[in-house]
Ligand binder design. Sequence first.
Ligand SMILES: Cc1ncc(COP(=O)(O)O)c(C=O)c1O
Length: 562
Amino acid sequence: MGSKTENVLTMDTLNPNVIEPQYAVRGPVVTRATELENEIKAGLKKPFAQVVKANIGDCHATGQKPITYIRQVLALCTYPELLKSNEFPEDAKSHAKRILDGCLGQSIGSYPESCGLMVVREDVANYIAERDGYPADAKDIVLCTGASDGIKAVMTLLLTAKGGTDSAGFMIPIPQYPLYSAAISEFGAYPIPYYLNEKNKWALDVSELERAIAEAKPNCKPRAIVVINPGNPTGSVLTKENIKDVIKFAHRHKLFIMADEVYQHNIWAEGAEFVSFKKVLQEMGAPYNKMELASFMSASKGFMGECGYRGGYAEVINLHPEVRAHFVKFASVNLCAPVSGQAVIDCIVNPPKPGGPSYDTYIKEKNDVLAKLKEKAEFVTELFNSIEGIACNEVMGAMYAFPRIYLPEKAIEAAKAAGQTPDSFYCFALLEETGICTVPGSGFRQEPGTFHFRITILPQMDELKAVLDKFKDFHLGFLAKYKGWTEESVSIAIIIMIIILLLLILPLLLLVIIIIIIIIIILVVVAAAAAAVVVVVVVVVVVVVVVVVVVEVILLLLLFLS
Ligand SMILES: Cc1ncc(COP(=O)(O)O)c(C=O)c1O
């Protein structure tokens, strides 16, 4: 046996579609944050006592308490012996029994149907019907391993299995949740970025959609449009009118609609409301209500924040029956989503009923979480907008603020010198100085020349206030540090000084020349020289004056331009 092992997988042989994707939410800034945590544990002195991970929408990790009812039902499903205990309320017990009855062998350890437990899918359909006022069919519901899995499963259906100009194009918002760009890279599909309008609360402009698709059509086969509502990272909430426009656009261009609606419970702004794409599609009637639409929901967000259980569902409507059969077959290959996650979903869509023993606590816990998030959304928006060099659209929904930072030229140059994007440079400096871990805007993509960062509103209010106090000091210090002279501004200043100097010197020079000429004239006249000499001297004077005036005008123009 040779001593050297030749790896089958090296950077040359590794699937390039795995190398390309970036997932900034857990990117290099976060890696450094974890290193800093370890350094603090090892006793190294830092300017802060602890790292605050405000990079990821992980509610429980930042201190949010689980909803009691969900955990009770899960406990009962996991260890049915507890059904005999008096410690659990009757409604949680009957809920758990109902789920267990839907499982083969009455155990959540058995495989369910590949699209998920029918009992849960029926509850999801009832929840959607009640939410939208239009019927929903359990057959259209697929329970998945978090919304991420459902999103990728639907994207898989839309791939063309061809490359180059035949590859499938997915319209994705910019800024976007990086799952989409990562999945597009993984699948070898074609991203069609469309920019959200930061100047108008991150709204979605149809003219921008038209621009994006027209540019992409020669390069790919556009198949779907992704809309994230409420928005991550933008915190925007779309109006019904905006949703209608998107649906009409998708219909015009024969696009499948992928509506990422995982933040549907997280609405904060006065007057804003969550309206599902499905509801608007139904309201619009024919031909729109026949369009293919997938809507995604998750157990990870909302008031429950049960990220680790990996619960999610997709409602996929108007699929061609043969396509649906292949979709189900495909789901079967992956066997199923975790049944514990399905049980979490069931508690969300089928909560305790009024009058039941768990109802009051459930409503109180749910409302408490949502009220605190609303308070933090308002606080964060106001605070960011009160700081010089920052502009932040209102956090209308979801769990993040995405403020724009106006960075001094010198900071941009320093970032370039460090081989980083300016927003990464800023986020790294913020982390090293304060321990606050955020995500650079470039991880979500952003309009060229603009810089942002994303911060979650999840830390508890006291901690959030302390964090943002530190942030403010850091930001103002950062601006002061980099507001000085840059190489470019020094060169411009030197040019300006030379021009001003010339502007002042040239008239003096002119004066001296004129005096010399006058002296010559006097000498010539006194010496009774020929008139021709006088004429020559006068012409020389005129030429010199004209040249000086022209040069002065040019210098003035240069001064104005620089
Ligand atoms: C917009 C959006 N979609 C999907 C997901 C994925 O959620 P899940 O944990 O259900 O996979 C997230 C997670 O942060 C998200 O923000």
